[in-house]
Design a protein around this ligand. Structure first.
Ligand SMILES: [Mg+2]
Length: 282
């Protein structure tokens, strides 16, 4: 099904939906521009915890899509906010990268690599992961039996151009779960409703009148299904038409689009003079 009307607000995944690597995907800029011209709220959500919102602002501006920092949320933001709300005095061990550690430190949390002091082990997307970090997590959780395990996001890998990718947080979580026998007790990324609440914060809209747009079934689309939003799968990232065909009826996205600017209904394409090939002109 293709959209025939505009929604009240649009929540977009970034990687594989708005850009891939260092290029905006076809039609992304004119779509966002048109929604903003109409005064329709646009928010961006990423599960990737290796950047903070400031870095996303810089990246989007560099790619030609200037965006306010308040319109962007990722798992650095949701993890920090969740910990402030639920475990404000906890000592943390972060199996993650600098932007997440910096945000937690700035929020006043103590970070430690002493297993006897750690209350919460945070599994994240960590390209500096090694055996000594696994040992600290293991000791804090299994030997001292004091720490709980949470994860920033459930993604197995982060997609790259050309069909490549990088192991993501799920691999780190799995390593810690495998050796300790415990399960992560919280996920702060999509499909958690925590991400949606962060995205829609300050907007007076009913989630049912909004649409979540993304390239991944298990995160972007699942969050929309769980929260009653319309969902739009774009085929510019991870998911293939065969994956969609294999879904049962209850898991079908509302829309499946070959390009993100088809969120603008066809009659408006005609009014605006858009074609499939002139997306760079608008
Ligand atoms: Mg994506």
């Amino acid at each position: 099904m293709l959209p025939t009307e505009l929604h009240q607000a649009y929540v977009f995944d970034l990687d594989g939906t708005i850009y891939l690597g260092d290029h905006l995907l076809p039609g992304a800029a004119r779509l966002i521009g048109e929604l903003r011209r109409r005064g329709i709220p646009v928010r961006f959500l990423s599960n990737n915890p290796t950047k903070d919102p400031r870095q996303y602002v810089e990246k989007l501006a560099r790619l030609g899509l200037p965006t306010d920092i308040s319109d962007i949320a990722n798992t650095v933001v949701t993890t920090t906010r969740w910990l402030q709300e639920h475990h404000p005095d906890a000592t943390l061990f972060v199996v993650g990268e600098e932007p997440l550690k910096r945000a937690l430190t700035e929020a006043g949390f103590r970070l430690s690599d002493d297993p006897e002091r750690i209350d919460i082990v945070i599994a994240s997307y960590d390209r500096t992961f090694d055996y000594s970090k696994l040992q600290i997590a293991f000791d804090a959780i299994w030997f001292h039996r004091r720490a709980i395990l949470i994860q920033t996001n459930p993604d197995r890998f982060c997609p790259f151009p050309g069909g490549r990718g990088e192991p993501d947080c799920a691999a780190i979580t799995a390593a810690i779960e495998a050796c300790t026998g415990v399960k992560s007790v919280a996920n702060l990324g999509k499909p958690s409703h925590i991400m949606l609440e962060e995205a829609l914060q300050g907007l007076d809209v009913d989630p049912a009148a909004c649409v979540m747009v993304g390239d991944r079934l298990h995160t972007d689309i699942q969050m929309a299904l769980d929260t009653g939003m319309a969902s739009c799968l774009v085929l510019t990232g991870e998911t293939t038409p065969d994956d969609v065909a294999a879904l049962d009826e209850n898991h079908q996205p509302t829309y499946v689009l070959d390009r993100v600017d088809r969120l603008i209904p066809q009659r408006l394409w005609d009014e605006l003079g858009w074609t499939e090939t002139n997306w760079k002109d608008h």
